[in-house]
Each structure stands twice: as C-alpha cells, then as structure tokens.
Design a protein around this ligand. Sequence first.
Ligand SMILES: Cc1cc2nc3c(=O)[nH]c(=O)nc-3n(C[C@H](O)[C@H](O)[C@H](O)COP(=O)(O)OP(=O)(O)OC[C@H]3O[C@@H](n4cnc5c(N)ncnc54)[C@H](O)[C@@H]3O)c2cc1C
Length: 454
Amino acid sequence: MYDVIVVGGGISGAVAAIASSRAGAKTLLVERYGFLGGMLTAAGVGPMMTFHVGQEQVIQGITGELIDRLKNKGKSPGHVVDTIGYTYTITPFDAEGMKYELECMLLESGGELLYHTQLVDTKVENGKIKEIIVSNRGGLQSLSAKVFIDGTGNADLSYLAGVPCVKGRPQDGAMQPMTTNMKMTNVDTDAIRAYIKAHPEEFPYLEGNTDIIDESSILAVSGFAKTLEKGLETGELTFKIEGILFFETNNKGEVIINTTRIHGYDPTDPWSFTKAEIEGRRQAMELETFFRNRVKGFENAVLVHTGPEIGVRSSRQIEGEYVLTIEDIITSKKFYDVIAHGGYPVDIHSPDGEEEVITEDMHLPKNSMYSAPYRSLINNHITNLITVGRCISATFEAQGAIRVTPMAGAIGHGGGVAAALAAKQGGKASDISISTLQAVLKEQGAYLNLEGSQ
Ligand SMILES: Cc1cc2nc3c(=O)[nH]c(=O)nc-3n(C[C@H](O)[C@H](O)[C@H](O)COP(=O)(O)OP(=O)(O)OC[C@H]3O[C@@H](n4cnc5c(N)ncnc54)[C@H](O)[C@@H]3O)c2cc1C
C-alpha cells in the first residue's frame, strides 16, 4: 500500500513523483519503459521550451533543479537564446543524461520505481480508485495507493477510471499531427551557420536578423524554405511539411529534426497509432536522404535514432473541475489555486496540414505570463486522482500553449505536492488546503506569483 502511485514517468510524472516523495509521501512511479523522461527521452523531443517570460525564469522548482544538475554535469548548456526567435529561451540537453538524472532525483527523494510495467485497468469503488491493474513480465498485478497521479500524457489512467475526456478540436475532433523525431549526428553546424548568414531569404522567421545565431553556441533552425520547395517540386519529399525545423542538442554535431508530419491518425486507437508509426518511419527515411542530398551541413550526417515511440502532441484531455481556455492564456487570467506559470506561445500544428489554425486573437502578448489552476488537474468523478502533464483539463487551443515540457514539469510539481497532502488526509484531492499546497510548492523552490490571484 503506497500513499501515492504515479503512472507514467515523463517529465510531468517524474517531477510529480519526486515532489510527492519530498513532501513525505511513500511514492511509487510505474513506467512502461525502462527509463524516465517520456517524450523527451523516448521520442527524441527537445529542446525544452521555455523556462522564461522575458528575462524572468518562471519555471523553477524541481524542473529547474533538473536543468541545474544537468548543467553541472555538462549534460546541458542551461537556458540559451532561441536562435529561431520563436520564444524566450530554449534548453537543450543530452537525453541519456536526462534519463539518469531524473532517476537519481527520484531515488534520492526516497521514491520507488517499477519499470517495464504498463497500466491496463483500474478498480473503482464509490468514486475512488481502489487498485490499478498493471501488466509486466510477472503477469497481471494489482497495486494500491491512497492517491493516484496520471502522468501518462494520454490520460490513460483517468480514462480507464471513467473520467470523461475529450479529444482534438471541438468541431471535428481532429488532433495535432504526430511527428517521428529524428536524431542525426555528424552534422556540420558551422557550415549551417555560414549558410544562414549567406541566405537570409531562406529563413523568413529571422526577418533578416541573422545576427541572432551568434547569440547562442547552440543552433535552433526553422527555414531552408527554397531547399524545401525544391524537394517538394522534384518529388524527393512526398508529404505535407510546413517547414524544415531542427535543433542542436547538447552534443556538438547532433541535431533533433522535427519535420515529419503524420496527419489524420488517432494516438489513442492502437490500430491508427500503428499506421502513424509506419508512416512516420517512411517519412523519416525519405527525409534522411533529402537532408544528406540537399540541406547544407548534412552531407555526411547519419540518422542514429527515432525512439521507441512516435511523438504525440495532443490526444485526450480530461474534463476537469476547471477547463483552461485560450482566453485564460492570452489574458493572463489569475487563479486563486494557481500551481504553475508559463510563457510559451500558443503553438498548434495544423491537424490537416493545410489551413493555419492560429488566428490573430490567439497571439500571446509579449512578456505575458499565464497560469494553470489546480482545479484543471482534478475532476468531479474520481476523488483520489490527480492528472498532470499535457492532458490536464484544457481546450484544444489552450493545450497548444501549456503542452510543452517545462510547463508539464511545473504542473507535475503541483500535482505531486497536492497528492502527498491529499494522502495525509483521507485521499480526497479536492479537500486539500490551497494555501498549504502553494506554501509547500514554494518551499520546494517553485515559482508562484500570487499577486492579484482571485
Ligand atoms: C514531435 C513533438 C515535438 C515537441 N517539441 C517540443 C519541444 O521542442 N519542446 C518542448 O518543451 N516540448 C515539445 N513537445 C511537447 C512535449 O514533448 C510533451 O507535451 C511533453 O513531453 C508532455 O509531458 P508528459 O509528462 O505530460 O507526457 P509524456 O512525455 O508523454 O510522458 C508520459 C509517460 O507515461 C508513460 N506511459 C504512458 N502510458 C502508460 C501506461 N499505460 N502505463 C505506464 N506508463 C505509461 C510513457 O511511457 C511516458 O514515459 C513536443 C512534442 C512532440 C510530440
């Protein structure tokens, strides 16, 4: 019997488990892979975007501490300028370092780990999860706790326990495209820098300001517009692409290519998800050849990694006590029960690859900081369940902003402390004192701006 069981060890679940354990709860983290980090380490996602609003670091606490520890070990340069100019800072990291550091932090906190174990079902009685059923090499097993945290990214635990969920945009349920991220090594980033300076017209995002690439030793690139056009014209590329997008990691000459676009599939339907994996791999192979033949700096590059899972941007969102909306984001609505802040813009990749989804009224004003309320992590159906990460209660558009990894970590932090508090007093997630939750979060180093909270 645990106080708290967290299912899913992505950035949100891992941080939640560390927070819960540090807050004194006997905590177990159950993860289907043999490592932590979720999309960041399993799907090759990176860099983390963004810990800042303007100059201010608004994501601190355990998520910030993770980066400090990685930086001390040479596994991350820390927060650097975004040379695409899209957001304030980006935080590259070494994925193997990330797996190890999260694991160290969890074990140091006294938390326990159960790897290679997948959630398959729940036993719910009187609106409470009594047990979860997991599958692993030992067969089917049940695990019990006073409070459960859903850190699965896809709201698997919430869905299986009967919490109503929604998927995609309201008019047709269409979700953001999936992406098979590719890691390529032996990339000549000095040649890419020289190319950007010589061909500013290929990088419209920079609006001619190519000097921004001198502000960081780590490159983030969006562009190669004419190169891409050529690839589409000649038929070397056969799928819809908005642009070429890649990011250097912590390791010189290693980049993450975020350019495949797998439209029209449903990550919560295993048959559809399988088709998406197959199409993602096909696109990745096509891109490998295209990059080597056409994109400056990639002539001798090697594709070394696509990860055990295609990248999923959006799937289920729980219907929580409070549904975070796009208005809440762009007007920086304050909440009495705020547990995390963020400043990443609304970033929605078109579900069909055709029409632009982000309209003028979805633009986050510069230097605006938004908030996530605790009520978006809890629901009216299961009393001892807290949902964290990208699948909290939010509209399709609001999720486009809060889905990124620093924010998912900060939300996990809030959920983890809340679970520990709930476990001490009967397990009801909605019964905890918000002021105590916020005080413990602050004690654990989290950034919270409570000014004007209603
Ligand atoms: C292609 C792509 C590019 C992106 N680019 C960026 C970027 O550049 N910067 C950025 O900050 N964010 C980016 N994101 C967003 C970000 O990766 C995710 O939104 C974030 O990882 C969500 O964190 P999470 O902890 O909620 O979920 P996840 O990272 O998905 O973690 C969920 C964890 O739960 C485990 N799990 C799932 N189901 C079960 C189960 N049934 N039983 C046991 N374990 C389970 C998984 O194995 C995983 O470890 C990108 C996303 C994608 C898909």
